[in-house]
Design a protein. Sequence first.
Length: 139
Amino acid sequence: MPATDTSVIHWSPNLSVGVAAIDGDHRALIDLLNALTAAVAGPAGHGAVTLKLDELIARTEAHFRSEEEIMAREHYSEAGHHARVHEALLDEIRQFRSDHLAGTDIGPEITAFLKRWLISHIIESDKHLGGYLEGRGVG
Ligand SMILES: [Fe+2]
Ligand SMILES: [Fe+2]
């Protein structure tokens, strides 16, 4: 793997969890992640990377809140564990942000980490939730 992962990721139907609102959020997060990747790799500068990180954190917080509300409303038994995984990811992104603000070059790690995390969370956890919701007629 190159030191800085500048490749773009694309949403594809195999990432669908079967619930339109959740898929829409995931597509938006992928777009923001690609924008962050471009800012980290390009000549945009420190402030532009901070802005992209802030956008990504805000959108991720909103998405996680909305999934957690759905899980609570639909009595999903894995809700507690799923929410803890969300919190751990947010802690990681906030740490990247602090490191970035402290002047550390986060480029080599953050894009690869977030892509790996987002895709694996969708495939392992959100698809499981999506299957449960589909079974309850939520789509
Ligand atoms: Fe999730
Ligand atoms: Fe999600």
